[in-house]
Design a protein around this ligand. Structure first.
Ligand code: ACM
Length: 762
């Protein structure tokens, strides 16, 4: 199934302290009775009990840790670092007995692993835990409770008892399709920890790149880490990168300071094309060796099951276990289409020798053998749910991506399982249909969709439920080329994942979560994180009417107040509040933004309302006719300047312009851009609509009301694959408003064309 523009806050980097206090106050007014002061903690703690009075937060906090307690000292230093980054009070961290007013870290046996108790009294604050991780999470919670300097410096007295529901609270990072810098990986680990996420599943190998230095096999990275990007037009320089073992050790050491376990993934027997490009003898065909792929989708190259190849994979895993000290090693196992194995006499003979004539049983042999190798080194194998086959070692962990059924089946069979289901926890799906979304998949998985995922499986008995280790969201990066975009796709949905993994179900309530998240917007900014504002951003719908231009404003989460101006000024907390659709004169400069109390929590939307600009709709304002493989792609080459984003169903490139006024006989024009058709679709390739026999060259067929009606007009595309504005053609007059459908027909798969905008006007 894995087969995708940045927006950013343009506000002040640091929130004025007074505004923060009012904001949190405004946000908490609803939830305060239930959970005083825990309102801005994320994930929500298991239990918060109000106390009497308040703790006065001074400009310098006296922080005390027990003597010779390295874990407590590390947690205290982390608190100091966090507060410095968040613009909070300074900390004086020392070992010794706490004086009155101090923030004291203490050891208490009897608290659950990763759990902590945090007590705020008038005369001080205590963070107690039995484990280093518990003290660390107590520090995280306190960093979220404490306001920045200058705010009302009273922290209400309270007692928090907290511990996670699940031990596995993960994110998967695909560094194979696109490579991220070691600094980015560390930053991700850092913000994960601040959300109490504790597993980074690191997808290091795939058809498009091998990203981990393996000393014994240098070609894996000298060859396998580089590919020639698929582009229309002149070739681009090779793309790639890899992590040296020194860099990996540094990242692993950093992760340990954040209580994050890294689970490396070496995908096998499929997703192996980059490795086979480096060492063709690992493959299952006798044909010419493949290149490292620049295509997306499910590839056919599989490792062969020869003794030499299995030995190679064990050599690789031997270096992997040296590098990664965690208990788990992921060996992939997904999407291994067996065509090459079936076609190869050599593979069939080997399968027969192993007593595994059935290709699925042969894959199971792979998994069993790697599982034994890992078990002998004290590690547990993790695999995608395809590894769940008879013979799978009892302690293997099954990662459920085919919805939740893999986890269910695994748990029933007595295996531990992790929930990472497509589509809800696949964060390459865009989070809104706003034009500000970066490339990804066009399916919308909103913040609320993620939050609504329920990890508890009511059909499992207690024993089965204990096998569910936790939840994980996956960041596949085929279409996520840059680090800021990756952060945008991850945050704030990762905050929802964190709460699913950490907080008890009875504490999880969407209205409360979204209010706490709004209070996080300034914190994300303070930490320099490019979190998406999609849940709060203004979504404007415009329509011309005899009275002027009608504007409907909304936002996805229905949280906060939308305020607007019509005089070109930036909306503020006392600007007019939007309640019902506005009817405005042509030429009006409309600006609107969402506020939570005094704080703007999303980028300001602005537009000059002239009928021409309303007649032109960007690709994001059009609908796709079908939902085959819908992607948001960058038609402009990364080396070619500004990057717009287009939405296209690669199986059927077709767009709908809803509600066009055709009474006066309108004209239609469009801008198009060519894209490479770099998809591995297997048998589905036959389903891609290219031309219905049309051989005259590429064009957009225009239909009215129904996409299967006879075309009423055609817009010709240029003969050369280059971005172009197409000459306008007239549409037949038809009274009233109509949906207009534009479908690409082309003589060949290459290039694919996408519509950048369509204009239907006088
Ligand atoms: C997967 O998405 N192929 C695990």
């Amino acid at each position: 199934m894995r087969d995708v523009r940045r927006g950013s806050y343009n506000g002040r980097r640091r929130l004025a302290a007074a505004a923060f206090a009012t904001l949190v106050g405004a946000l908490l007014s609803g939830a305060a009775a239930a959970a005083p002061s825990a309102g801005a903690v994320l994930p929500i703690p298991a239990q918060v009990l109000p106390g009497d009075g308040a703790y006065h937060v001074g400009a310098m906090l006296d922080v005390r840790v027990p003597a010779r307690d390295a874990g407590a000292a590390a947690a205290a230093r982390y608190l100091a670092e966090l507060l410095a980054r968040l613009g909070g009070p300074a900390c004086d961290v020392r070992a010794g007995r706490p004086a009155t007013g101090a923030i004291a870290f203490e050891r208490h046996t009897g608290l659950a692993t990763e759990g902590y108790a945090l007590e705020v009294r008038q005369d001080g604050v205590t963070i107690a835990a039995s484990s280093d991780a518990g003290l660390f999470y107590g520090a995280v919670t306190l960093s979220q409770l404490l306001p920045p300097p200058g705010s009302p410096a009273e922290l209400p007295a309270q007692r928090i008892r907290d511990q996670p529901v699940y031990a596995w609270r993960g994110l998967m990072l695909d560094s194979a399709r696109h490579f991220q810098s070691p600094a980015f990986v560390k930053s991700m680990i850092d913000w994960m920890a601040w959300h109490k996420l504790n597993v980074l599943h690191w997808h290091l190998t795939d058809d498009q790149g091998w990203r981990l230095e393996i000393r014994k096999y240098p070609r894996l990275t000298s060859v396998g880490a580089w590919r020639l990007p698929a582009v229309v037009g002149p070739p681009m320089p090779r793309y790639g990168g890899y992590y040296s073992q020194r860099e990996v050790r540094d990242i692993v050491a950093f992760a340990a300071t954040r209580h994050v376990t890294i689970v490396p993934e070496i995908d096998m027997p499929g997703h192996a094309q980059a490795a086979i490009a480096a060492y063709p003898a690992l493959g299952s065909t006798d044909g010419p060796p493949p290149a490292v792929s620049a295509r997306w989708g499910v590839h056919s190259y599989l490792f062969n099951p020869d003794a030499a190849t299995l030995g190679f994979l064990e050599d690789v895993l031997a270096e992997v276990v040296e590098l990664f000290p965690g208990r788990y090693v992921h060996v992939g196992g997904d999407e291994a289409v067996k065509d090459q194995w079936r076609a190869s006499a050599r593979v069939r003979a080997r399968a027969h020798e192993l007593g595994r004539d059935d290709p699925e049983a042969l894959q199971a042999y792979f998994t069993e053998r790697m599982g034994r190798f890992l078990a002998a080194r004290g590690r547990r194998l993790v695999g995608w749910d395809e590894v769940l086959r008879p013979g799978l070692a009892r302690d293997a962990v099954v990662m459920s991506w085919h919805g939740t059924s893999g986890a269910h089946a695994a748990a029933v069979a007595g295996h531990d399982a992790v929930l990472a289901p497509w589509p809800t926890l696949y964060l390459d799906n865009r989070q809104s249909a706003l034009p500000s979304e970066p490339p990804g998949r066009t399916r919308v998985i909103s913040l609320e969709d993620v939050y609504a995922f329920e990890p508890r499986d009511p059909t499992l008995d207690d024993a089965g439920r204990h096998h569910v280790l936790g939840v994980q969201a996956n960041l596949w990066t085929e279409h996520i080329r840059t680090e800021p975009r990756l952060e945008w796709m991850a945050l704030p949905r990762a905050a929802a994942v964190a709460e699913l993994g950490w907080s008890p179900p009875e504490r999880r309530r969407w209205p409360d979560f979204i209010a706490r998240l709004a209070a996080f917007a300034p914190r994300y900014r303070a930490l320099g994180l490019h979190a998406a504002d999609s849940a709060f951003a203004v979504d404007a719908r415009l329509a011309t009417s005899p009275a002027g231009i009608e504007v409907t404003l909304a936002n996805q989460s229905r949280f906060g107040e939308i305020r607007y101006t019509t005089d070109g000024t930036e909306p503020g907390p006392s600007s007019a509040r939007y309640a019902t659709p506005l009817s405005l004169a042509p030429g009006t400069e409309l600006r609107a933004a969402t506020f939570a109390g005094p704080e703007r929590i999303a980028t300001t939307w602005s537009r000059r309302l002239d009928p021409e600009s309303i007649a032109r709709r960007g690709t994001g304002e059009l609908e796709l006719c079908t939902d085959g493989v819908g992607l948001l792609l960058e038609p402009r080459r990364p080396d070619g300047g500004a990057n717009g984003v287009v939405a296209v169903d690669i199986m059927n490139p077709c767009w709908i312009y809803r509600g066009a006024e055709l009474g006066g006989g309108a004209s239609i024009s469009a801008a198009v851009a060519p894209l490479p058709f770099n998809y591995e679709l297997g048998a589905d390739l036959a389903k891609v609509r290219i031309g219905d026999g049309n051989a005259r060259g590429a064009e957009l067929e225009v239909r009215v009301d129904r996409c299967d009606a006879a075309p009423v007009a055609r817009l010709s595309l240029p003969a050369e694959p280059a971005a172009a504005t197409l000459a306008a053609v007239r549409l037949p007059p038809l009274p009233g408003r109509h949906d207009v459908c534009l479908r690409l027909v082309r003589p060949a798969l290459e290039p694919l064309w996408a519509v950048e905008w369509v204009e239907i006007g006088e």
